[in-house]
Design a protein around this ligand. Structure first.
Ligand code: ZN
Length: 274
């Protein structure tokens, strides 16, 4: 009897442990907050509650989830307001971890990309306008909650946040995750979404693709040699949407992958789930 009872006990504990491991694995499949500069906060409130961040309303999905993105130099003290019905509201404070960024010196960049000639300034402005438009969508999709797949194979050749010098001249920091590889290598949609921009020839970024993953979260893919999709098209997670290239301001073939929350530039490496 005692022996039998013990066996039952062991089996029960084994069962509970397996259940725990399984549920932890399930949990790991959804994106969790990364409270650090370049990171993001994923929160949960009642679906009928409103979130106000920096005076703006933030989309809350039907289960009460929402995301707030933090930029490269975001203030370490963050807060948002949760508003429920009947005028009740509370403030939630968040503390971000500070980051140190690398300095990246890039030599051998064509002069026209370090100091663009007068005649291309209009084109650059137009490119910027199109990119801005493509990143302003606030759709009900929540495809990013599952986290992102690595969109290309290959060594990381550039990280988010680096202060950059082109041919010795200081320029804007780098906001992407660069993955080096051969021209023609397949680029996968890291999460499902809708294509908002598909341009084969932008001045700095060359072949450029922007996918809207919902609630203001978008991926941008730069320097592509070929685009397989068009603006307005829906894409699945893992679908081959483009080919790696060396178009625009590059010193070699690579993918520059960026993630935005509207115009806030975040670190794609923090959103990978593998
Ligand atoms: Zn890059």
């Amino acid at each position: 009897m005692v022996y039998k009872y013990n066996l039952g006990n062991k089996a029960f504990f084994l069962f509970v442990s397996l259940l725990l491991i399984f549920s932890l694995q399930l949990q790991a499949k959804t994106l969790q907050s990364r409270l650090i500069q370049g990171g993001f906060h994923i929160g949960k409130v009642q679906p009928h509650e409103d979130i106000i961040y920096k005076g703006q309303s933030v989309r809350v999905d039907e289960t009460g989830r929402f995301i707030i993105g933090f930029g490269r130099d975001a203030s370490l003290k963050q807060s948002y307001i949760v508003r429920s019905g009947l005028g009740q509201q509370r403030q939630v404070d968040l503390k971000l971890e500070k980051r140190d960024y690398k300095v990246q010196r890039i030599k051998g960049v064509a002069r026209k990309y370090v100091t663009p000639p007068e005649r291309v300034l209009k084109r650059i402005r137009n490119d910027n306008r199109q990119v801005k438009e493509a990143r302003k969508y606030d759709t009900e999709y929540g495809f990013f909650f599952k986290g992102f797949l690595r969109p290309a194979e290959g060594p990381v050749s550039g990280v988010y946040g680096s202060q950059r010098y082109f041919n010795g001249k200081p320029r804007r920091p780098h906001f992407g995750l660069d993955i080096a590889g051969p021209v023609g290598a397949g680029i996968l949609a890291p999460a499902a979404g809708v294509v908002r921009l598909a341009e084969s020839d932008m001045y700095y970024s060359g072949g450029t693709l922007i996918i809207d993953h919902g609630a203001g979260i978008s991926s941008s893919f730069l320097h592509l040699s070929k685009l397989n999709v068009k603006a307005g098209q829906k894409v699945k997670r893992g679908e081959v949407v483009a080919e790696m290239g060396a178009t625009g301001r590059v010193t070699g073939p690579h993918l520059d992958w960026r993630i935005n929350w509207f115009d806030v530039r975040m670190d794609p490496a923090l959103m990978l789930i593998e």
